[in-house]
Design a protein around this ligand. Structure first.
Ligand SMILES: Nc1nc2c(c(=O)[nH]1)N(C=O)[C@@H](CNc1ccc(C(=O)N[C@@H](CCC(=O)O)C(=O)O)cc1)CN2
Ligand SMILES: Nc1nc2c(ncn2[C@@H]2O[C@H](COP(=O)(O)OP(=O)(O)OP(=O)(O)O)[C@@H](O)[C@H]2O)c(=O)[nH]1
Ligand SMILES: [Mg+2]
Length: 477
């Protein structure tokens, strides 16, 4: 169903989570609920005051005694009239009460709400912009404290306000440039005098800053998919267990122990990560193992970050080192563009540190990696030495910096729109660098940059996108 259809019908739903709870809420929203209030409560309600009432069914039987709250439009969550019934939180009580409300509301066309419809109305009535409405869902879905705080900031408008300020600056700039299109005789001197180039450049810098913060926010929301890869027996499963703090994957000294992927959700410093342990990469004639190895490659192809594990104790064996070099190259080729690849040198407990460092340096040098210049991540999953450094290096390599002011939660959609805006501004700046800039092209680039920003807050947004965003909410929100 088109979620934008029927958007003026009054709606009702249970607002609290399914199941038992101390208190449960049934909520209705519509342009005029005064008649419904009177029908259910037997009287008008004082706005925004809790009134204790007994709710009855059609046969006058008691359903429950609870609180009724009436928020007349426009001063409500949705911007419409809202009626809230707070009763005892049993699923049957809530079902009966919602049924009663829907029956009484038949006269005014009251119907059950679709997922996200209350928040969609808040958006359509200007109570929230689109980025804030998305933050409502993200706050509810947050799995870590950091993510929840980030969603709270986005809901309070941290992303929206910044995007709004940028959009305003662009609007002014577009007005300037478009004025010259109407009066061509003033054109280029006017553009120069108005300092358009400098303003485009300043905007570019501001967009880049918001983009960087938004990327962080998207990491926090989407989580990072980390794949543990390497030859058999290097310690991938041991690392999964160490990161998860539980014996999830089987560890033995038999090469080829892991055959299927083993995934675990963990968090590091509040950032959600999905860790995937894979079958060791090698040529094999074992049918089951070869399916496992194919799955390893699939996992690598979908990774945000690959931790490539090396076994320090075998690094000096020519056969091992040769296979290692080939596999490392194949892994780099399989990982998506932009994915992070970190080399981890495991089993450091088996040798002293200087020797361990020498081995990974020599190996990297033999492969002509610029890794030779880097310290390299020494690890022992056995003693857990280096595990904390690995955690921090992983987050840093994925672009996470714990910003002192904290970050707001964001979505890939926002990152893409800001990146699009940045690109159009860059093109605009290049056009302005020409000795005789094409002003119509300049105006168009600025328009596109502006449009990207407005898509974030929902000032220009396709209906299909709105349907997709609100359709993912839970019912009653
Ligand atoms: N019981 C209950 N708790 C809830 C909600 C709710 O709908 N019901 N919320 C929702 O899901 C959230 C709160 N959000 C709300 C946002 C605005 C308004 C509101 O009445 N706004 C008016 C008046 C503002 C004011 O007095 O300052 C307005 O915007 O005009 C109410 C709730 C979380 N807690
Ligand atoms: N000394 C030492 N041994 C380790 C360390 N990490 C893992 N091992 C041992 O190395 C062997 C292989 O460990 P696994 O974690 O099963 O290795 P894997 O990479 O998952 O191997 P496959 O599943 O076969 O691909 C086991 O005997 C582990 O006890 C370490 O840090 N130090
Ligand atoms: Mg394993």
């Amino acid at each position: 169903m088109n979620p934008l259809a029927r958007q003026s019908d009054p709606i009702a739903a249970v607002a609290t989570a399914p199941g038992r709870g101390a208190v449960g809420i049934v909520r209705a929203s519509g342009q005029d609920l005064s008649a419904l209030v009177r029908a259910l409560c037997g009287r008008a309600l004082e706005p925004r005051h809790a009134t204790l009432l007994t709710f009855r069914d059609a046969q006058n039987g008691i359903i429950d005694t609870g609180l009724a709250l009436y928020f007349p439009a426009p001063h409500s969550y949705t911007g419409e009239d809202v009626l809230e019934l707070q009763v005892h939180g049993g699923p049957v009580v809530l079902h009966l009460l919602l049924g009663r409300l829907l029956a009484l509301g038949r006269a005014i066309g009251l119907r059950a709400a679709e997922p996200g419809e209350f928040t969609q109305r808040a958006f359509l009535n200007g109570k929230l912009d689109l980025a804030q409405a998305e933050a409502v869902a993200d706050l509810i879905d947050a799995t870590t404290e950091t993510a929840a705080r980030g969603a709270g900031r986005a809901l309070a408008g941290e992303l929206s306000n910044r995007v709004h300020a940028l959009a305003e600056a662009l609007r002014e700039l577009r007005a300037l440039v478009e004025a010259t299109l109407d009066f061509p005789e003033e054109d280029i001197d006017f553009i120069r005098a108005a300092g358009v180039a400098a303003r485009v450049q300043a905007l570019e810098a501001q967009v880049a800053e918001v983009l960087a913060r938004t990327r962080q926010g998207a990491l926090l929301r989407e989580g990072i998919r980390v794949v543990l890869a390497g030859q058999p027996n290097v310690g991938k499963s041991s690392l999964l267990n160490a990161l998860a703090g539980a014996e999830l994957a089987i560890v033995t000294d038999v090469p080829g122990t892991t055959r299927d992927r083993v995934s675990q959700a963990i968090q590091i410093g509040g950032v959600p990560l999905h860790i995937v342990d894979t079958a060791g990469l090698r040529e094999t004639s074992d049918t089951v193992e070869s399916i496992g190895v194919a799955r390893s490659w699939d996992a690598i192809a979908e990774a945000d970050a690959v931790l490539f594990l090396h076994d320090l104790t075998r690094l000096e064996s020519p056969a091992y080192a040769q296979a290692e070099a080939q596999i490392a190259q194949a892994v780099a080729g399989h990982a998506p563009r932009g994915a992070t690849l970190l080399h981890v040198w495991n089993k450091s407990d088996a040798l002293d540190e200087a020797e361990a460092r020498k081995r990974c340096r020599d190996f990297a040098a033999a492969q002509a990696w610029d890794e030779a210049a880097q310290p390299g991540l020494l690890l022992s999953t056995r003693t857990q030495a280096g595990l904390d450094d690995l955690r921090q290096a992983l987050l840093a390599a994925c672009g996470w910096q714990a910003l002192p002011e904290g970050v707001f939660l964001a979505r890939t959609r926002h990152v893409q729109a800001l990146a699009g805006c940045a690109e159009h501004l860059q093109t605009a700046r290049r056009l302005l660098g020409a000795s005789c800039p094409a002003l119509d092209l300049l105006a168009e680039e600025l328009r596109l940059a502006h449009q990207d920003l407005m898509a974030i807050t929902g000032e220009v947004t396709a209906d299909a996108l709105l349907g997709d965003i609100f359709g993912r909410f839970c019912i009653g929100k």
